[in-house]
Design a protein around this ligand. Structure first.
Ligand SMILES: [Zn+2]
Length: 127
């Protein structure tokens, strides 16, 4: 089971609020030593440089510091539901296995998690 630390999710909520009305985007990563990827705990996020904007599609994928600790991505939807757009699905495929979309009003219940195919997955929030 894939999990996210509550403190990490709270930091994401805050970052999404602070970035509003622009879209917030970061990479999700795991410091954990668990080698089984599907059991990993997301406990960090990594901001990407100079990509705050109103769309997810403007990301410079070549700037992504991709390595083994990268679990996926998180971005906000300042308007509308937390469902992946067509551009999101393209980006998901390039940015790891697990993707969170957090929507307004930006709280611990206003997010959804997806796999790289855009299918909703369960993400457990742990203390
Ligand atoms: Zn999106």
């Amino acid at each position: 089971m894939l999990s996210i630390k509550k403190g990490t999710l709270e930091a994401i909520v805050l970052a999404a609020k602070n970035t509003f009305p622009n879209e917030f985007l970061a990479l999700l990563s795991s410091k954990g030593k668990n080698k089984i990827r599907k059991n990993k705990i997301i406990d960090e996020f990594v901001l990407l440089p100079a990509i705050y904007g109103r769309t997810f599609s403007g990301i410079r994928l070549d700037l992504i510091p991709y390595d083994n600790s990268i679990m996926g991505s998180v971005h906000s939807h300042p308007y509308g539901p937390p469902m992946p757009s067509r551009a999101d699905l393209r980006a998901f495929r390039a940015m790891g296995e697990t993707h969170i979309i957090i929507a307004s009003p930006f709280n611990l219940d206003s997010f959804k998690a997806f796999n790289k195919e855009g299918k909703e997955i369960k993400l457990k929030v742990i203390e």
